[in-house]
Design a protein around this ligand. Sequence first.
Ligand code: ADP
Length: 379
Amino acid sequence: MAFIEMKDIVKTYGSSVVLHGVSLSMEKGQVVSIIGPSGAGKSTFLRCLNHLEIIQKGSICINGQYLARMDAEGNSVYAPEKEMRKICLNMGMVFQNYAIFPHMSVRDNVAFGLKNRKVPQDQIESQVDEILKVVKIDHLKKRMPSKLSGGQQQRVALARAIVIHPEVLLMDEPLSNLDAKLRVEMRNAIKRIQQQVGITTIYVTHDQEEALAVSDRIAVMNGGVIQQIDTPKNVYQRPSNIFVSTFIGLSNIMDGRIEARDGQTLLHIGDYSVPMENLSRSAQDGQAVKVSIRPEEFIISREDSGGIPAVVRSSVFLGITTHYFVETADGREMEVIQNSDIWDIIPDHTPIRLGVQPHKINVFTEDGSQSLIVRRDHS
Ligand code: ADP
């Protein structure tokens, strides 16, 4: 059994179902991010794990100990109060609003959980010192929270959560109150600390870059359902449906049609035809599909060399890359990102062709609910 096993979790508030049978299993030491739009159910799911929310159906097991089991009907039966408290005491939590005590110094804030656990005084001192070094605020030990910056306060919250050596660390949008630069700095710090201390961590965020940066795996959630759980690379390169494809990164979505003939499969996007070698067998001759191509996967050509015909409408030079906003012959607006060539930004109104390498294309059923690509996993 995995270190964390959450199975078929159903959570309702009155008559509204917020989690529709969500499952997640994690190995010890892993970091899984839960990402999705606001209202997707991310926080609720996280809070089920340490009993801040009560589930109606499903089971939760951490390190072989059941917080909740399923009875014959799948309804959740919680462990006795004392056992639950023991399990939950082994979890640290960091929220977006830090929740550090304003009337206590950095040292006292971090020592709080240790005191509660009746750790001897001399050990408290050395453990506090050690963890403050890890989060790089050891020089601020005597400061009061009001004299700390947002990033420093967040480090105190993090230190306080990990000083108790929790088995599981739960983080709910821990960086969303920080400015963009500090967020990047802190997410790198979190990644480094995580690698150093190796706590099994679930990290809720709505920021996809943050999720890509800190996680071993990403769970993309929408409407109380995990749409895909996979490595950051797979979620980005091989999304399992159109929601994931458009939620993580930018995607251009087009209509396509499959032609399967004489053992060869072609994908038609308007007049452009691409031979495909990785379509699933369920893709039928004549089937209408949705095609998804990342802006950076297009290859712009100014010659009539095959590809989707389009016209450059405008462009934005962003240093390393230039973004082109183009319009295809059928009136579809698309975004194309190319590495910048300072000598040559393609002028507006230029007719172009958009080519793409077949293996960079994602193909979905027409309703967008399923990928028609057979994945070759290298991860
Ligand atoms: P997220 O973290 O993805 O933004 P939440 O887990 O906070 O989403 O919320 C999921 C859904 O549950 C939302 O529709 C929200 O309105 C609803 N919800 C959350 N908490 C409560 C509550 N205490 N009572 C009723 N509905 C709630």
